[in-house]
Design a protein around this ligand. Structure first.
Ligand SMILES: Cc1cc2nc3c(=O)[nH]c(=O)nc-3n(C[C@H](O)[C@H](O)[C@H](O)COP(=O)(O)OP(=O)(O)OC[C@H]3O[C@@H](n4cnc5c(N)ncnc54)[C@H](O)[C@@H]3O)c2cc1C
Length: 489
């Protein structure tokens, strides 16, 4: 008889693990507390608009392709996808803006026009970033379950040791003097959830992901990827159960025996949780938890977010698909997230208009708009605060893009810390899990396998390799391989 693996949650890491585990011959069931699948990457439709609720930057297409190839498929067999050109637009003070082309040579030209000599420096920097990408993403990521420091040590990483001693901030400030160029180059680090000054320069491979590999968009949004992974999982025999809250993990003689779902006990041979790590451990009796409340409180968390999903009954000018509003201080906002957590005085924010690329995501002649303000976790989230920030960002958008927006809104929904906690059992309302700082990298992150309970495993953005959709997909593969090795003994 096939061994039974239960999976808590249906985020990308759970979906990825489910596909591999079913392929390896396990009997796999996914239990999701919400009424739809995909975790933080869920989607909702309202008033003719289709909104992705979380991820919107499709980066590292090779990681998605590698996943689909493992199931003898290509992403393009499953969904239509376009490379965006420009990839994105960045707004600065004094009504200045820079568009980032999909062609790296044009980006180099843009840099050179802004700061003489920076084009060549960028070319060299990107060569190093590409080499790091080849090593980190194409090679190491898939071989590092985070068990030991030895996974990090090989001749190639030793040769790059200096890139772990210096940080992105120092490296970028050394190369470029112009403030606009500096913030453009530092922006991808935000995907790792940490401040550039707290992120090893080795992570500059994210700049290659940005400028070298480009920004892509699936036709019906990121949810196309969720649906495709569910399709593969179902083809492999995975069973999906929604509205199924896991209330308790039951352990006997130090081994997981069953879970309690909506009050009913169900037996399993292995349990994998893709839900937030601290929440999963709270489902265990205290003696079986590996990490204390104070451990979690001391971690460097990636930001939470204040989000607005907006329908606008006209087409907007001067905006692209992805738009970054960097017209205020990057450093000040970073400090308000990480050093002195507080609501930001002059926030940076991000605006996404999927209808610029795929018009069907909004009613004809309308615009589908998603606004994200990164904020610290655990702030006091209220309707009044949300409205205050909505006003702030709308004013800036109207002013910097030179048009009226306020009177044209025909749909609006906000989402913030309270929702992250309620919908995903997220610690402190984090949006992207634990930041990838030097002290929270690889073997220093929470483990894929419990040290206290046999047959209990973890995946997702709080474990290895880290935050973001591509790492979550890799995390699912890593943990599936561990279970495979232990499940067939
Ligand atoms: C606003 C936002 C924007 C983002 N932008 C990007 C981006 O542009 N590009 C990118 O690559 N990444 C982005 N990310 C990050 C990316 O979405 C996540 O890293 C990734 O989706 C996390 O996947 P995961 O497997 O860790 O699980 P999650 O998506 O966190 O899923 C965990 C699941 O577990 C379920 N669950 C929790 N408790 C229980 C329980 N007791 N019983 C049953 N089910 C339970 C939850 O409901 C949830 O469905 C963004 C995230 C957010 C929130």
């Amino acid at each position: 008889m096939k061994k039974k693996v239960f999976i808590i949650g249906s985020g990308f890491s759970s979906l990825s693990a489910a596909c591999y585990l079913a392929k390896y011959g396990f009997d796999v069931s996914i239990f999701e507390k919400n009424d739809s699948f995909g975790g933080r990457a869920r989607q909702f439709k309202s008033n003719g608009y289709t909104f992705d609720m979380g991820p919107s930057w499709y980066w590292m297409p090779d990681v998605f392709d590698r996943f689909f190839n493992d199931f003898n498929k290509k992403s393009t067999d499953l969904y239509e996808i376009k490379k965006l050109d420009p990839g994105y637009k960045v707004f600065f003070k004094n009504n200045e803006s820079v568009s980032i082309s999909s062609d790296v040579n044009k980006i180099i030209e843009t840099f050179e026009n802004i700061e003489k000599g920076s084009g060549n420096k960028l070319r060299k920097f990107l060569k190093q970033a590409e080499n790091n990408y080849e090593l980190a993403v194409k090679d190491m990521l898939y071989k590092m379950p985070g068990f030991s420091i030895l996974e990090l040590i090989n001749t190639k990483t030793i040769l790059r040791f200096n890139l772990f001693l210096t940080n992105i901030n120092e490296q970028v400030n050394d190369l470029f003097k112009n403030k606009k160029l500096r913030s453009i180059i530092k922006f991808p680090v935000l995907f790792l959830g940490a401040k550039p000054s707290n992120t090893p320069a080795f992570y500059n491979f994210m700049n290659y992901a940005d400028f070298g590999l480009g920004t892509w968009q699936p036709k019906n949004g990121f949810y196309d990827v969720v649906k495709s992974m569910i399709k593969i999982a179902e083809e492999q025999g995975v069973k999906f159960k929604k509205n199924s809250n896991v209330d308790k993990i039951n352990v006997d003689s130090g081994t997981v025996k069953s879970i309690t779902v909506n009050g009913k006990k169900l037996d399993c041979d292995f349990l994998l949780s893709g839900a937030d790590y601290a929440h999963t451990e709270s489902l265990l009796d205290k003696k079986f938890r590996q990490y204390s409340e104070s451990y979690w409180k001391k971690r460097v968390w990636s930001p939470s977010s204040l989000l607005f999903y907006i329908g606008i009954k006209k087409r907007l000018k001067n905006l692209n698909h992805h738009n970054l509003f960097f017209d205020t201080s990057f450093e000040k906002h970073s400090n308000e997230i990480y050093s002195k957590p507080n609501w930001p005085e002059d926030p940076l924010f991000y605006v996404n208009l999927t209808s610029k690329t795929y018009e069907h995501t909004a009613p004809k002649g309308h615009e589908n708009c998603f606004i994200l303000i990164p904020i610290a976790t655990n702030l006091n989230d209220s309707v009044q605060v949300r409205e205050k920030y909505f006003d702030v960002v709308l004013n800036r958008m109207e002013q910097l893009t030179n048009q009226k927006i306020r009177g044209f809104i025909d749909f609006k929904r906000s989402y913030c810390i309270k929702d992250f906690k309620e919908d995903y059992n997220s610690f402190g309302g984090n949006a992207y899990g634990l930041a990838n700082t030097l002290l929270q990298t690889a073997f220093l992150r929470p483990k894929l396998k419990s040290k206290k309970v046999k047959k209990l495993y973890f995946s997702g953005q709080l474990t290895v390799p880290g935050p973001g959709v591509p790492p979550a997909i890799v995390s699912g593969k890593l943990v599936a391989n561990i279970i495979k090795n232990e499940g067939t003994v």
